[in-house]
Design a protein around this ligand. Structure first.
Ligand code: FES
Length: 144
């Protein structure tokens, strides 16, 4: 192999490595925003417990709050008995309202109805409302 041929080979190898590095860097630069867009959002995981003051949840009433970035509600159907549910309708995602006189949830979008425990009573919702665990402490409820 001549000296010129060896130099050309080294030059090709160097350019190949250089172009490969530039290509990998550009690929990462353009792929990262796409990955971030498609990746699931951080919802808090096991460490995202929400505290609700017991005094805010009246017997027979409902208290709406934010749980992991979504509307949720806690009820006290009987004294000392608490239920926490998502407030997002399982039909198309509207936020349900508590109808105190009827003791049930009503979805204002298409008339879906849910019991105080989240069971479907009528309308188009295909599934019950998701329930959350509630831990009762001295002055607070810990939801999650
Ligand atoms: S979104 Fe609730 S009934 Fe349609």
């Amino acid at each position: 192999m001549s000296e010129t041929s060896a130099t050309n080979q080294q030059r090709r190898t160097f350019l190949g490595i250089l172009l490969g590095g530039v290509g990998a860097t550009l690929g990462a630069v353009f792929a990262w925003p796409v990955f971030r867009f498609l990746a699931p959002r951080e919802t808090g995981g096991a460490g995202s417990l929400v505290r609700v003051a017991k005094k805010d949840v009246q017997v027979g009433g409902a208290f709406f709050f934010n749980y992991k970035g979504h509307p949720a509600v806690v009820l006290q159907p009987k004294a000392g008995d608490y239920i926490a549910l998502t407030a997002v309708c399982t039909h198309l995602g509207c936020i349900v309202k508590w109808v105190n006189e009827k003791g049930e949830f009503l979805c204002p979008c298409h008339g879906g109805r849910f019991s105080a425990t989240g069971q479907v009573l009528g309308g188009p919702p295909p599934r019950p409302l998701e329930t959350y665990s509630v831990k009762i402490e001295e002055t607070d409820l810990v939801v999650g």
